[in-house]
Design a protein around this ligand. Structure first.
Ligand code: C2E
Ligand code: CA
Ligand code: CA
Length: 451
């Protein structure tokens, strides 16, 4: 082989190392190489530039529904559209699966990045032609701007990825540019994370209990366990801040273990027949070991599993319906009840009620809030209740704050209710006093609290 041919071969090898064979775009190495070069250039003249990552929303089911060839065809059409509408001088690469990256040397600020994201999202939302059928897809974007969001290619890609993650968390079709505010939130998140890890280790996270009552007798039938945590320095941190944080940062299992252990010890002091309802987090519904660890915790605590229910949201099920279904079946086999939490918000689907075996539906507080003032809401709740009746599911209305709401729901045939009107979440000791005041526990009963 002569030298020229050898050179040509080497050149081809070099090219293919940097090329995505499916779409013909550059790959991750091409993009990061280009970013690194631009960072070098800009070291002398620190003018901003932008890095972006785009991910197609809900792409996975496409492969499952239409086959891999169709998935590949869509990825090629996406690559083609992106190539044709990116500004001059831009680089576009396929990073992996349905994720694409951009280097935009002439996009200098947040507004321009957002504007470009909108244009790309619009272009990508047009139907994809699969011969016999058309498919529509939306896309999410994350952008990071040099040098604020990073001074090297790794940090810039990480910041764009963080921004993309935020977009995904806000729902479909979102665009996020890594900002001062996000940087601040991450810093605070890290502070909370450190304090929470410490609190878990020193057993400082607590559980409170909110009564769930029978709407016709107004007597409690069980309690929902709600996590409570007050840090010495950060003060009270609400669970809808620290639970998602523990999920995101990978220690929700430890947190759940502490909470479930404490909750089941308390629940054993309640009269027989009264149940404990415990929230399962979305991160746990994608982990196939969840059911066995829950069953193990309950076993160790010595609680009768028939007195335990797990609350699960639809959004959580949707991340991986197959694993979620497996977890739910294992829980049911262990005679643990399953409630569908926050019903009516998020991606409610009636099909889900049929395909997944629930025992209870918890109607979200958003409906209960307006039930006495808004006719359409009243009709929706009536329809939900009729459906529950048909499917033999118990219904719990959440967030009942007034007597009027409680009466109306009772008249509509809703079996159970929960909300400030019946009782706020209270600590273990106060649940005992509450039960005693209702005559459910004999007066003078002394309960040895486990902590
Ligand atoms: P959720 O599961 O929907 O819990 C009900 C929330 O509504 C609780 O908020 C409760 O205090 C509040 N609430 C109850 N009645 C009323 C009412 O009448 N009016 C109003 N405005 N609010 C009412 P909380 O305790 O702040 O918990 C927020 C969310 O955090 C929970 O929503 C749940 O998603 C999550 N969470 C709480 N504890 C845990 C836990 O131990 N594990 C997991 N995975 N998530 C938890
Ligand atoms: Ca709940
Ligand atoms: Ca709820």
């Amino acid at each position: 082989m002569d030298l020229n041919a050898q050179n040509a071969d080497a050149h081809r090898d070099e090219r293919s190392r940097f090329t995505d064979s499916l779409t013909g775009l550059g790959n991750r190495w091409r993009l990061t190489d280009k970013i690194a070069r631009l960072v070098d250039e800009r070291a002398q003249d620190p003018a901003p530039f932008t890095v972006g990552i785009m991910n197609i929303d809900g792409f996975k089911p496409i492969n499952d529904l239409f086959g891999h060839a169709a998935g590949d065809e869509i990825l090629c059409q996406i690559a083609h559209r992106l190539k044709n509408c990116l500004p001059a001088g831009a680089t576009c690469a396929r990073l992996e699966g349905d994720e694409f990256g951009f280097l935009l040397p002439l996009v200098f600020d947040q507004d321009s990045a957002t504007k470009l994201g909108k244009v790309l999202a619009e272009v990508l939302s047009a139907p994809y032609d699969l011969g016999e059928r058309n498919v529509r897809l939306s896309s999410s974007f994350g952008f990071s701007i040099y040098p604020f969001a990073g001074e090297d290619n790794n940090t810039l890609m990480e910041s764009a990825d963080t921004a993309l993650y935020r977009s995904k968390r806000r729902g479909r079709n979102q665009i996020t540019v890594y900002s001062e505010e996000i940087a601040e939130q991450i810093k605070r998140g890290t502070l909370i994370e450190q304090a929470l890890r410490r609190a878990i280790n020193s057993d400082e996270v607590e559980v409170h209990f909110q009564p769930i009552v029978n709407l016709s007798t107004k007597m409690p039938v069980g309690f929902e366990a709600l996590a409570r945590w007050t840090d010495r320095e950060l003060g009270f941190v609400p669970p809808d801040i620290f639970i998602p944080l523990a999920e995101e940062r990978g220690f929700i299992d430890q947190l759940t273990e502490v909470l479930l252990r404490k909750a089941s010890k308390v629940a054993q002091t309640w009269p027989e027949g009264m149940f404990l309802s415990f929230n399962l987090s979305s991160a746990q519904l994608v982990d196939p070991t969840t059911a066995s660890s829950i069953i193990a915790i309950l076993g160790k605590a010595g609680i009768d599993t028939r007195a335990v229910e797990m609350e699960i949201t639809e959004t959580a099920i949707m991340s991986d319906p197959e694993i979620a279904n497996k977890i739910m079946n294992e829980l049911r086999d262990a005679r643990i009840g399953i409630s569908l939490d926050d019903f009516g918000t998020g991606q409610s689907s009636l099909g889900r009620l049929r395909d997944f075996a629930f025992d209870k539906v918890k109607i979200d507080r958003a409906f209960v809030n307006e039930i006495t003032t808004d006719k359409p809401t009243e009709h929706i709740v009536k329809a939900i209740l009729a459906m529950c009746q048909g499917l033999d599911l118990a219904a719990v209305a959440e967030g009942i704050e007034t007597e009027e709401q409680a009466e109306m729901l009772n008249d509509m045939g809703c079996g159970y209710g929960q909300g400030y009107f019946f009782g706020r979440p209270i600590n273990a000791k106060d649940t005992c006093a509450y039960l005693e005041s209702l005559g459910v526990l004999p007066r003078g009963t002394t309960i040895a609290f486990p902590y």
